[in-house]
Design a protein around this ligand. Structure first.
Ligand code: KG4
Ligand code: ZN
Length: 342
């Protein structure tokens, strides 16, 4: 019998549903919430309400696109956390009631683990063990991936995430939220002529809050001399900030590869859509003889295909959740299920 999984993702501001049949993705549908642009960031209550509006149409669309019937689905995998609690509640409640109505099991998924397993959505897949730099709006981690469900966090941010560094810089520059893709776009037309300091953070950890402060003072000082400074230099500012964020990430990734001796290196999460990070990783890989892995854009930002893929590996291990499972806003790797230990 085929294993047909419905994956549900609702941890932040994207509502997504995906159908995976015997490990192959048949559909991956995402409803974005443009409304947050008005506020310069995700408003949790607004996100939760939009998920309620979007979830049924997105699931219907995913089933239709996959060309299957609802009755073909054998299990439902959903994001349990980490994320915004009001957003998670919508996806978790939907997944539980949908599964209950069909009499099929449910599988809970850690969103960050799923970003890593997005690499298993299609070929080429990294070989174990591999290093994964997971960079999103909420997290920045270097993870040693021992097998599909056994992962160890080697280092992480002590303050802001890399995505926040992009988004907060964007706010200072007057750009729409999320600013990451816009900074990426403007940087292509500019040069990294402004120098922002590299933080000195021990071991494999990261810090981005100092960078934000130095950008703030840099802008204040220059705007005082020329009120049109941002307008005149937007592309170069974006290129300079992006250059520094990428160099912070790649420096730590090089160190992790050296310390572990691992040459299989992957990136994941929304910020891995960044073109400078992608090209720098490829270039570094060529220099240091790494095999590098970069997901397609569709699998970098939040999506339900990665939830379904993670659910598939848990299904094979017989790791099902009970109906009383609840969402958890903070879901660290220390809260892992039994196969994650060790
Ligand atoms: O993984 P994701 O979709 O959601 C979270 O789990 O946070 O990541 C969203 C983050 C945002 O901070 C967004 O600005 C950033 O990813 N991002 C980018 C790019 N595309 C998305 N940052 C830099 N360059 C991009 N091209
Ligand atoms: Zn994410």
């Amino acid at each position: 019998m085929s294993i047909v999984l419905l994956g549900i993702e609702s941890s932040c501001d994207d509502t997504s549903a995906s159908i995976l049949k015997d490990g192959v993705i048949l559909s991956n549908c995402v409803a974005n919430q443009e409304v947050h642009k008005l506020y310069g960031g995700v408003v949790p209550e607004v996100a939760s309400r939009a998920h309620q509006v979007n979830i049924i149409p997105v699931v219907d669309q995913a089933i239709k696109k996959a060309g299957i019937q609802k009755s073909d689905i054998t299990a439902v995998a959903f994001t349990r956390g980490p994320g915004l609690i009001g957003s998670l509640i919508v996806g978790v409640s939907f997944a539980k009631s949908f599964a209950m109505s069909l009499g099929i099991p449910i599988i809970e998924v850690n969103h960050m683990q799923a970003h890593v397993l997005a690499h298993f959505a299609e070929d080429p897949k990294p070989k174990f063990p591999f290093l994964c730099l997971t960079v999103s709006g909420g997290h920045t981690q270097i993870i040693k991936v021992k097998d599909h469900l056994t992962m160890e966090v080697l280092g992480e941010t002590i303050d802001d995430a890399a995505g926040e560094a992009f988004d907060k810089t964007g706010k200072l520059l007057g750009l729409d939220y999320p600013a990451g893709p816009l900074i990426d776009k403007f940087a292509k037309e500019g040069k990294a002529v402004f120098d922002f300091p590299e933080p000195k953070i021990p071991e494999l950890n990261f810090s981005f809050s100092g960078l934000k402060t130095s950008i703030l003072y840099f802008l204040k000082k220059n705007i005082k001399e020329d009120p049109d400074f941002i307008k005149k230099n937007l592309n170069d500012i974006c290129a300079s900030v992006q250059d520094r964020i990428v160099s912070i990430l790649i420096t730590k990734l090089k160190r992790a590869a050296k310390e572990t001796g691992i040459k299989e290196v992957a990136i994941a999460g929304g910020v891995s859509a960044n073109s400078a990070l992608r090209s720098t990783l490829t270039q570094t890989g060529e220099e240091l003889d790494w095999n590098t892995y970069i997901p397609r854009f569709e699998f970098c930002t939040d999506n339900a295909a990665m939830i379904a893929v993670t659910g598939y590996y848990k299904y094979m291990m017989g790791e099902f959740a009970e109906q009383d499972v609840s969402p958890t806003a903070r879901y660290s790797f220390s809260l892992r299920s039994k196969s994650d230990e060790g």
